[in-house]
Design a protein around this ligand. Structure first.
Ligand SMILES: O=c1ccn([C@@H]2O[C@H](COP(=O)(O)OP(=O)(O)O[C@H]3O[C@H](CO)[C@@H](O)[C@H](O)[C@H]3O)[C@@H](O)[C@H]2O)c(=O)[nH]1
Ligand SMILES: [Mn+2]
Length: 737
């Protein structure tokens, strides 16, 4: 008897997760030491050789300042690189000890616009999180619709019906991923596991549903007869607009109702649609406002102690993620301190080599693991499990005991309509007035990066966080698919993080005495992204420019040199390098290749491949509009011709060329005239572009005979420069439009 008790106690002590240090640290530290020595030498050099006034001292000091900045930033970045952690969980132990007492989990999904976030995509995410490998009666899914769209509501209603088939199917065959869209797009792999007939049946049902939803989305309205099928549709009366509507809470599946069962007679998860009230005179605080609304709505419906939040494009790719996260919270020894568990944000729509640099591999493999080792990884807005209590402002205390049974109870006398009514009253525009919501309670308002600041506040209240990056990605989502969107996203992030850094929430001030110095530094890695731009710009511009001017170059000559330097680096120098090595190892004999010919143009064309792809091959959103492509070609030809040798001599343009140029010019002007942005959204720049183009159009003489010589290499070179210029400017306009 006693031995069994002792064995159970020992069993209890076996942790639910482990923490391992990442390997290779010794090598890293040696390397870091050499970098540090290098940095010190550079700074020493700057300090001891300041030139006399009038001989470039100002530029020198500027360089020194930029280098000092880089040095400081490098030190900051070391805070997370010294001892990164990796976490592993033991779901089997969790099941052994807690299977009968697992806590409830509320899952929040946010959507904001049925056009850019199509309802069929949103419900695939919803279905994937409803189908977690977890007791359904303990899952409640809430969709916040900031688009206040009947289309999204309709899609969710469809999903609530399809779930009755989809959930049993997922569980019977233990399929992954459980987003129907993702699953059926990989279907060939899984087909054989299931009874083919059943598989085909589910696939058809899914495709029909998707078709109905997409048709409704396309036409912007739903079939009249649908509206009779649920009382929720009545909310959308004729006064209803996106920015001006009453609050809506509709419980589509009430998991506590015994009749809410799937086709295998198992309980279904609760499913709730929420559109908080919107009025033009009240600020809605974007996603932060949506999440806070959901925290309150869920508190009267399911009130689970754990909350997962995901963006609507981030479907669950791993049905065990809830269990992995709970291994942290429920660990008897270490779980007490952990306030949230963050999964990485991984994208599944990246081009093969990720031309926009969207992946955060380094952030996830190094920085987040490093932050984890110094007190807590960041909260990054999606794929994160929180304790409800920490979102509601609780300060960590050793004596606090979480009530994991919270919310798991039979409902009292209240009927579902009363609950909906109560929940609705919590998401009005004025509910938060004169309260701490958005401040000490809930997700914080007033910052474009609401996630980072909220995470920081949680850390400063004494909680730690854990970062987990399982082999099978927990969530997969969509990265920006065009350069313009990518730039816009990074602008919001870098702006959001710098705003935090410059506010009273700067991690050094706000975190002082509350979190470790390394964590304070860790928060600055992203906090200073935006600020890095200035020294970088100064450095790259001035360094070379200063040297070039001193050596007698002209400004334009320096500019050309810059371009050539880049080209040479990856052509001549690379080949030179390879050949030298080949000679060293005896693979080739010395030779003298004659210069000139065409290597260069080909290379320029080659390195700009993504631009040509965007112009001629791509079919997705990243495609450069045909009008812009044609305009660029026309534009470039004009310039090449205009500036070419015969331009100076007054050459004759052959009719064909003249015609293409004219067509190009007309297209440019047409495009400019018809796509004029609104005032304040980049119109001035647009008009400037237009003026320049008009000048190109009218300012070129189309006259005179004499000899004609062309420079095809210049044409190609300018083509590239101008195409690039046009891409940049059109993107600039898109970003500001
Ligand atoms: O008024 C709004 C605006 C956005 N969203 C939702 O917020 C999520 C993120 O918006 P998105 O436009 O996809 O921005 P991303 O840059 O992809 O978002 C990243 O960065 C945000 C902070 O800037 C985090 O909140 C996100 O979780 C993180 O994925 C989406 O589900 C939106 O539907 C709302 O619910 N209401
Ligand atoms: Mn997104």
């Amino acid at each position: 008897m006693e031995t069994t008790a002792a064995a159970t106690a020992a069993e209890r002590r076996r942790p639910l997760f482990t923490t391992e240090e990442l390997g290779g640290r010794a090598v890293y530290r040696v390397q870091a030491a050499t970098v540090a020595a290098g940095i010190l030498l550079v700074l020493y050099y700057r300090a001891t050789r300041v030139p006399a006034a009038g001989e470039g001292r100002a530029a020198w000091l500027g360089m020194a300042a930029a280098e000092l900045w880089f040095a400081v930033y490098w030190v900051i970045a070391q805070s997370v690189r010294w001892r990164p952690f990796r976490r592993r969980t033991f779901r089997d132990r969790l099941a052994e000890r807690y299977e009968q007492n697992l806590p409830g989990v509320d899952i929040f999904v946010c959507t904001a616009d049925p056009q850019s976030e199509p309802p069929s995509l949103v419900i695939s995410t919803i279905l994937s999180v409803m189908a977690y490998n977890y007791p359904s009666e303990k899952i409640s899914v809430y969709l916040s619709d900031d688009g206040g769209s009947i289309l999204t509501f309709y899609a969710l209603w469809e999903a609530s019906i399809f779930a009755k088939k989809w959930l049993p199917f997922c569980k019977r065959y233990n399929i992954e991923p459980r987003s129907p869209a993702a699953y059926f797009s990989e279907s060939k792999v899984h087909h054989n596991l299931c009874i083919p007939k059943e598989w085909a049946l589910i696939k058809n049902l899914y495709e029909e549903m998707r078709e109905r939803i997409d048709t409704a989305t396309m036409s912007g309205k739903i079939p009249e007869e649908m509206k009779l099928k649920h009382k929720g549709f009545d909310e959308w009366n004729s006064d209803f607009t996106l920015k001006n509507h009453q609050p809506i809470v509709q419980i589509l599946i009430d998991g506590k109702n015994r009749n809410a069962i799937d086709d295998d007679r198992n309980v279904l998860p609760t499913l709730v649609y929420v559109a908080r009230e919107k009025r033009p005179q009240y600020h809605h605080n974007f996603k932060a406002g949506a999440l806070n609304a959901l925290i309150r709505v869920s508190s009267v419906i399911s009130d689970s102690p754990v909350i997962l939040n995901v963006d609507c494009d981030m479907y669950s790719n791993n049905s065990d993620s809830i269990r992995d996260a709970l291994c942290f919270f429920l660990d008897e020894e270490m779980g007490q301190k952990i306030g949230f568990v963050q999964y990485p944000q991984i994208f599944n729509n990246m081009t093969q080599n990720d031309i926009y640099g969207n992946s955060f591999n380094v952030s996830y493999h190094v920085e987040m693991c490093g932050l984890d080792s110094v007190g807590g990884c960041l909260y990054i807005g999606t794929g994160c499990f929180h304790r409800r209590e920490i979102l509601c402002g609780r300060i960590f205390s050793k004596d606090y005991k979480e009530n994991w049974n919270r919310g798991i109870k039979e409902r009292g006398k209240e009927n579902i309509n009363e609950i909906e009514e109560k929940a609705t009253s919590l998401v009005t525009c004025t509910y938060e007035h004169r309260t701490q919501w958005g401040n000490d309670i809930g997700v914080k308002y007033g910052f474009p990066a609401e996630d980072i600041i909220t995470g920081l506040a949680i850390h400063c209240r004494g909680w730690e966080s854990a970062f987990i990056n399982p082999k099978r990605a927990a969530f997969l989502g969509l990265a920006p698919s065009t350069l313009a969107q990518n730039i816009l996203q990074h602008k919001r992030w870098s702006e959001g993080n710098l705003t935090i850094f410059l506010s009273k929430y700067c991690s050094f001030l706000f975190g002082h005495g509350k979190i470790k110095l390394q964590l304070q530094m860790g928060y600055c890695i992203c906090g200073l992204w935006a600020a890095n731009s200035l020294p970088t710009l100064y450095y790259v511009t001035l360094y070379g420019l200063y040297e070039a001017l001193l050596s007698g170059d002209t400004l334009k000559g320096w500019w050309n040199g810059q371009r050539m330097w880049m080209v040479k680096s990856i052509t001549s120098y690379l080949y030179g390098f390879i050949d030298t090595i080949r000679k060293c190892v005896g693979m080739s004999k010395m030779s003298f290749e004659v210069t000139a010919k065409a290597i260069l143009c080909g290379m320029i064309v080659f390195i700009n491949m993504p631009i040509y792809e965007a112009m001629f091959l791509r079919k997705d959103n990243g495609r450069i509009p045909t009008a812009v492509t044609l305009a660029s070609i026309g534009f470039t030809t004009t310039a090449a011709v205009g500036e070419g040798e015969y331009g100076r001599q007054g050459g004759v343009q052959i009719p064909f060329q003249a015609a293409t140029v004219a067509a190009g010019k007309l297209l440019v002007l047409y495009y400019r005239a018809t796509h004029m942005p609104a005032g304040g959204e980049g119109r001035a720049a647009w008009v400037g572009m237009e003026a320049a183009e008009v000048m190109y159009t009218v300012g070129r003489p189309v006259v005179c005979p004499v000899r004609r010589r062309t420079f095809k290499d210049r044409l190609a070179e300018r083509l590239v420069t101008f195409v690039r210029y046009n891409c940049l400017s059109s993107n600039w306009i898109l970003v500001h439009a």
